[in-house]
Write a protein that binds this ligand. Structure first.
Ligand code: ZN
Length: 506
């Protein structure tokens, strides 16, 4: 009965964390703004309750029994559940309770300070809070433990296997390929994009966006689509997976691609084996978050795959431009599938990561990785972060930062004590290209893409990645699916061929 007892207690932990996620969805979609402070406490209370349950006597007893009952050397879901719970209990036991409390309290106050600083466009207001966050993150890394670099302990929380030693050569590779390509692209004639910025009524855009999400396979019957200031996907089990998006009346591309991106996240969560619901195979017991995707990078790979590999392909718009044109015949009167495809792949370097195009995106995460690493190892004082940031934007992107709100204060991650996540957007890009390259080599997938039938691609992804939930780690899944671990070559090949075609480079 002990394995059953383990499922019982981890099921309750999953319930608590799903309830916290629902409060988070509400906070970002429905809640009146003044509710924020109380809501932060409510979410923290549920999360701490989940942690206490994980580290409590009932879990310890259940684990002890389960270890006798389950053959942990076997490749079974049961063995994975026992091993992951055991590892998570050991992890949280290493983190002192008072450190957890200080981290939670700090994220509530730091968020308000960050918002004020951002509003005032002045990093100095946020600087003391960031100094505290960096100190606390170092303390966390020491408690969690690491082999080589303190930043590794933080990286590993979001993407097990990510280390300074693994990411440094990955970024070096990407930089060597992207920097010269970007110089070539940014020296070429800019594709026309005026028609993207005409008047597109938001309600009609939302309807279209929902249609595209369903076209690629997001199941609206087990989800919904709302507007949010900062779009995201969130799930409360396999049968309630929600998307948010944003639409801009004068930017047709934003709503479309944001929705395809979030739908990619949603398809991942909807594609996980239903039998894994309420188990550790759909619960991140380290970060205490109810999610079925195996890591940040793997999750992002599914979003990028649908948004960029599929959604920004020439083939996609050859099939679907007509539907857009039917919806907006006047606005798109002088555009066609080809000019639309070029317009939505236009590359222009800018200071803001979330507004970055596919070609320049990784240049943004590249210098964040360097800055975070230096902050955690102590080689970059917090007082010098703004200058380091502005210099990096100038060096990597060739543009000046207009002010702190669009510079060092632009991302919310640091004020929620998330140091070590930016690199996972790049891991996702690389993984997406690698998976898509292999998937496309399957004839049924290629035939499907030729007739705008996305079911074969989804089927391949489900078999190789989605259905497994958190059972196997990223490298195991990638190696099974593509024959090797994370490899930047297909991504570099993709960027080179896509931007070569869009910009008619030779
Ligand atoms: Zn994403």
């Amino acid at each position: 009965m002990s394995y059953a007892a383990l499922l019982h207690v981890t099921g309750q932990i999953n319930d608590l964390l799903n309830a916290a996620s629902l409060l988070a969805w509400d906070a970002r979609v429905m809640m009146p703004a003044p509710g924020a402070a109380a809501r932060a406490h409510q979410i923290a209370t549920l999360t701490v309750a989940a942690r206490d349950a994980l580290c409590g006597d009932a879990t310890a007893r259940a684990l002890e029994g389960a270890l006798r009952e389950v053959d942990c050397t076997a490749d079974t879901p049961e063995a994975a559940i026992v091993a992951q719970t055991q590892a998570a209990v050991a992890y949280h036991s290493r983190i002192p309770a008072d450190l957890v409390q200080r981290r939670t309290a700090l994220t509530v106050t730091a968020h308000e300070i960050w918002a004020d600083a951002s509003h005032a466009n002045d990093f100095r207001i946020f600087q003391p809070a960031l100094a505290e966050i960096v100190d606390l993150s170092r303390e966390w890394a020491d408690a969690a433990g690491y082999a080589e670099h303190p930043y590794d302990a933080l990286l590993d929380m979001y993407e097990p296997g990510n280390t300074v030693a693994s990411l440094t050569p990955l970024y070096a590779h990407l930089k060597d390929a992207i920097a010269p390509l970007a110089r070539q692209v940014h020296g070429a004639a800019v594709p026309r994009h005026d028609f993207l910025h005409r008047d597109y009524p938001p309600a009609q855009q939302m309807q279209l966006a929902a249609g595209f999400a369903q076209t690629i396979g997001y199941d609206m019957g087990r989800g919904r689509l709302n507007l949010a200031l900062h779009p995201f996907e969130i799930s409360f089990g396999r049968d309630d997976v929600r998307l948010t998006t944003r639409v801009d009346r004068h930017d047709l591309a934003q709503g479309l691609f944001t929705t395809l991106h979030e739908a990619g996240h949603g398809i991942y969560e909807q594609g996980i084996d239903g039998a894994f619901g309420r188990t550790p195979l759909t619960t991140d017991l380290i970060l205490l978050y109810a999610v079925g995707g195996v890591s940040f990078g793997a999750h992002e790979s599914q979003a990028r795959l649908w948004e960029n590999q599929v959604g920004r392909s020439r083939q996609f718009w050859q099939h679907h431009f007509a539907a857009l044109h039917d919806a907006f015949p006047e606005q798109l009167r002088d555009a066609d599938a080809d000019s639309f495809w070029r317009a939505v792949n236009r590359s222009a370097p800018g200071p803001v990561r979330t507004a970055a195009d596919e070609l320049t995106y990784d240049l943004h995460t590249m210098f964040r990785f360097e800055i975070e690493k230096q902050l955690i190892e102590g080689s970059l004082p917090v007082a010098e972060v703004r200058d380091a940031w502005n210099d990096a934007v100038q060096i990597h992107l060739g543009v000046a930062v207009p002010g702190d709100a669009q510079g060092v204060l632009q991302d919310v991650h640091w004020c929620t004590a998330q140091i070590g996540t930016f690199c996972n957007y790049t891991v996702g890009n690389v993984m997406a290209a690698q998976l898509f390259e292999t998937a496309q080599a399957q004839s049924d997938v290629a035939d499907g893409l030729n007739r705008a039938d996305y079911a074969p691609l989804r089927g391949w992804l489900t078999d190789n990645v989605l259905r497994h939930g958190r059972r196997y780690d990223r490298e195991t899944l990638l190696t099974w699916a593509t024959g090797r671990g994370l490899d930047p070559a297909p991504y570099i090949e993709h960027l080179t061929s896509r931007f070569g075609a869009v910009y008619d480079l030779n």
